[in-house]
Design a protein around this ligand. Sequence first.
Ligand SMILES: O=C(O)[C@H](O)[C@@H](O)[C@@H](O)[C@H](O)CO
Ligand SMILES: [Mg+2]
Length: 382
Amino acid sequence: MKITRLTTWRLPPRWMFLKIETDEGIVGWGEPVIEGRARSVEAAVDELSEYLIGKDPARINDLWQLMYRGGFYRGGPILMSAIAGIDQALWDIKGKALGVPVYQLLGGLVRDRIKAYSWVGGDRPAEVIAGINKLRAIGFDTFKLNGCEEMGIIDNARKVDAAVNTVAEIREAFGKDIEFGLDFHGRVSAPMAKVLIKELEPYRPLFIEEPVLAEQAEYYPRLAAQTHLPIAAGERMYSRFDFKRVLDAGGLAILQPDLSHAGGISECFKIAGMAEAYDVALAPHCPLGPIALAACLHLDFVSRNAVFQEQSMGIHYNQGAELLDYVINKDDFSMNDGYFNPPNKPGLGVEINEELVIERSKNAPDWRNPVWRFPDGSVAEW
Ligand SMILES: O=C(O)[C@H](O)[C@@H](O)[C@@H](O)[C@H](O)CO
Ligand SMILES: [Mg+2]
């Protein structure tokens, strides 16, 4: 079999789908994208296609190494997201050619279902509580919300109290009937993370995500030493070589590689094994679309240390399209009691409505995240 063509479509809400065609008619789908830099990743996929056209798609390991090492420069969000989407599509082709779901090619099921969690948008306590109630009604009992709004490098007690108050009101409203992670979203400096985490301890959130930015990873062990709360990070790390440093340094209880940013299934499968060796849990990051989610699920179903799976149904970013809008076999992604079942169809198990993809790509938004500024005019982390 030979790869004949790679085609990308940027799509609402902020996704990009890749189709890889072969001379035997088998097609693979992937989701290479960096939210807000879709056109850069699209250009990277086009450049990498020079290594792929005419090659055997079954040789995923060799093609991965060629894309990663062949261009001298490597790593980072753009190149690793392009490689990630291509890798997903190659695994899709391999599974379809052999007539088995990708998880079978990675050793088979390690569990029968995987718990899902859902984002709850909004920053006012009342909005968050209303959002949780809506999602509980469809079976979720585990959530993630922003831990705070923008936070100055050294900020005041009122800002800290506002963040803590939202959490206090959630616990007040739901007690321990629900669990929630708090995503600091990299908005918080190391000094303020110490203060915020201390004040949040009594409310026992399930985890604190990106308490500081990945480029401040040396603070993860220091923050972990001061708190009992599990610390999670990984969406802005892009390869085994990024993750090996944080695993060696310690401090992270949960790794959150994104299968559309960290080199795809091949790379994240290795990262999952590295994490298990350090007794670190795996919770793949996935605020994106259905192909990215399917790739995560295949990894969840072969990784004993996978604990819960992010998915974007109802996420505040999905303006203009919802998680399963482009999927024909929607039922395969329905949840029971807040759990996903294994994707059992050959390949990734996602049947894409290509006609709709082509149609909706005609007016794809060029999504950008908001740029926040402090009252003094300086740029704040979003
Ligand atoms: O945990 C999450 O889902 C992420 O922090 C998410 O909010 C961001 O990755 C967002 O997609 C960036 O545009
Ligand atoms: Mg996050």
